[in-house]
Design a binder for this molecule. Structure first.
Ligand SMILES: [Zn+2]
Length: 619
């Protein structure tokens, strides 16, 4: 548990405009900043950030909150994770409720921080070697040959692991890192028999792998042609096309996606991602402006990666190689993507092409057209299965049976889709008897049920993006009251004014009354309005969403204008109040007369006259 005071200090010290500005291009507009919302796709900015109030709000999708809320949403973090990230950034020591727990957490974090620093130093070393080492040009030629520019290489910090047994080990030692630390993150390997270590990556082009927050956690090293004058290497690890960092305290390959850090803002904004296979495919896609591309690292797509991707995207386009392995990967990914609720389409590239080669030959627009026309993953699998049978009857029967479990799954989640798929099956497999088709599918579904373990309950899906904000005001918030409370929020010094105090009694909307009271109290206690605290004070009220938007954009930037609005509104609301009372007094008089209660009728009449007089003084 992080202490409340620490949370408050984080909110206090983090500059929300600087924070948001790292993800969104912001333009100043009066007292607030405006930009394109990172949480939904839009062409004209409706996303506002206010520095003094420390809140953001989007009028397009309704997203709003403070700095911690921003990080939670954008980076897909839990509250404590987001708070910790921001604390580190602002140099705030996190205070825990429990001192021993805190001391342990501190130790673990300090150790991890050292490992992150080591990996970062190693990445810098490899980048320098790419330029400075005599053989670095071989690594450079490797990516230039695939039309990856130096600029893209720099953005992804590509590097060269020198042709040497201990260049990195020596460098890290010079930087004050222990061999044990470098070994822990897999950069050096202990020699078998005898002491000492050697570098894991030698004479390779290196791709650093960042976690979603941008910290390097691993490397992926691609083999290069042997240096001039050397024999080609034998098969085996030393000659493998790719060597990746082993898993360790910072790196679980099944929970990481290459390119997610670089692409996360676009993915979040556009709500979709491209899943490709290779490191070069990923670079080529980003370079072509498709920065929503991510790639699993030297593994089949995992449930952890599906969950991670779902935190950022709603749709995913699979862009695998057109070969047998690629086709198999599509089928393997289908249940994982379905499980987390990612709508999926599949692009089929021409035979023998991968995204990287296709982009070079045909260009980004051609690829975008393929993406736009890509069929859903179930359609794709049906088409692909049918094409593989090449008209052979027994192959068809087996293929349809194999599709049984998939169709059964679809039927459970989205029964309405099933008839469409059945039609497609009949057409692609050239079957004319729907009953025979159903029987064959059911047979496959039954035998799968008997042999396969039951699928786990659907993974809990993360809170999905917010529902669009209603345009209109809540019904119980009259326009005039909304406007005058807004004016007071814009010019909070007026909250101490007797007129503002009186206003609190005149408002008919309970939500606005509560907001006004909370704001006035905050001004009394702190001398200024704090956005997150104010929102927290009225949490649960339906007027909260209105408040979130209202405090992020000022409308009354001029004090006198707000003051005269206040006076005017007060007069109107006083009149409304008097008229309301007069109506009820009138009813009371009629009632008293009907009962024959003359004393009561006379008292009410006096009250009525007083009200008429009061109304007169208001003009
Ligand atoms: Zn938005």
């Amino acid at each position: 548990m992080i202490r409340d005071e620490t949370i408050n200090e984080i909110r206090e010290r983090v500059d929300i405009v600087a924070l948001v500005g790292e993800y969104v291009r912001l333009k100043r507009m009066g007292q607030s900043f405006k930009g394109l919302c990172p949480f939904h796709s839009e062409k004209t900015p409706s996303f506002h950030v206010r520095q003094d109030r420390r809140v953001f709000h989007c009028f397009g999708c309704g997203a709003s909150g403070d700095a911690i809320g921003f990080v939670m949403r954008l980076e897909g973090r839990t509250f404590p994770e987001a708070a910790r990230m921001l604390a580190e950034r602002a140099g705030i020591e996190i205070e825990h409720e429990n001192p021993t727990e805190a001391a342990n957490a501190q130790r673990v974090r300090a150790h991890k921080d050292r490992l992150y620093a080591l990996l970062d130093a190693a990445a810098g070393f490899y980048v320098r070697q790419l330029r400075e080492h005599p053989l670095g040009r071989m690594a450079r030629e490797e990516y230039l040959g695939r039309a990856i520019t130096d600029e893209t290489a720099r953005a992804f910090r590509l590097g060269y692991a020198p042709h040497s047994w201990d260049a990195l080990a020596t460098f890290l030692k010079g930087q004050g890192f222990e061999p044990a630390e470098a070994e822990e993150v897999g950069l050096i390997v202990p020699r078998r028999g005898g002491g000492g270590h050697y570098d894991r990556f030698r004479h390779r082009l290196l791709f650093p792998i960042a976690d979603p927050t941008g910290r390097i956690v691993a490397f992926s090293g691609r083999s290069l042609a042997p240096p001039p004058g050397e024999e080609p290497r034998a098969e085996g690890e030393a000659g493998a096309k790719y060597v990746n960092s082993p898993e360790g305290p910072l790196y679980k390959k099944g929970d990481m996606l290459f390119g997610l850090h670089e692409g996360r803002v676009s993915i979040r904004r556009e709500a979709w991602a491209i899943l490709c296979e290779g490191n070069f495919d990923l670079l080529a896609l980003h370079q072509a402006g498709l920065s929503v591309a991510v790639a699993p690292l030297g593994t089949a797509f995992t449930p952890g990666q599906a969950k991670l991707l779902r935190r950022y995207a709603e749709r995913v386009v699979l862009l695998f190689d057109g070969d047998a392995a690629g086709r198999k990967a599509v089928r393997a990914a289908q249940p994982l993507l379905r499980e987390v609720g990612l709508a999926t389409t599949v692009v089929t590239l021409p035979q023998g092409e991968d995204p990287d080669s296709f982009l070079r030959k045909e260009g980004a627009d051609a690829l975008r057209r393929l993406i736009a026309a890509a069929p859903g993953i179930v359609e794709h699998i049906i088409d692909d299965s049918a094409a593989a049978c090449r008209g052979d009857a027994s192959a068809k029967a087996a293929a349809i049976e194999a599709l049984g479990p998939l169709l059964a799954d679809v039927g459970r989640d989205n029964p309405a889709e099933v008839p469409l798929y059945l039609q497609r099956l009949m057409k692609r497999f050239e079957i004319h008897d729907p009953e025979a088709l159903r029987r064959q599918l059911a047979k496959g579904a039954r035998s799968a049920k008997n042999t396969a373990p039951r699928r786990d309950a659907p993974a809990e899906t993360e809170a999905s993006r917010p529902a669009p904000a209603p345009e209109a005001l809540p019904a119980h918030m009259p326009e005039l009251e909304v406007d005058v409370v807004g004016a007071l929020l814009d010019q909070p010094t007026l909250l101490g004014d007797p007129t503002a105090k009186r206003l609190e009694e005149l408002l008919t909307s309970p939500d606005l009354r509560a907001i006004l009271r909370a704001a006035a109290q905050m001004m009394d206690e702190r001398g200024r309005l704090d956005g997150p605290a104010l929102l927290a004070a009225v949490d649960g009220l339906s007027g909260r969403d209105w408040l979130a938007g209202r405090i992020s954009v000022a409308q009354y930037e001029d004090l006198h204008q707000a003051e005269s609005r206040l006076a005017q509104a007060r007069a109107r609301l006083e009149k409304d109040r008097i008229k309301r009372e007069m109506d009820s007094v009138k009813l009371g008089i009629l009632e008293a007369v009907r009962r024959g209660d003359e004393a009561e009728a006379a008292a009410l009449l006096r009250r009525r006259n007083a009200l008429v007089k009061e109304l007169g003084t208001l003009g």
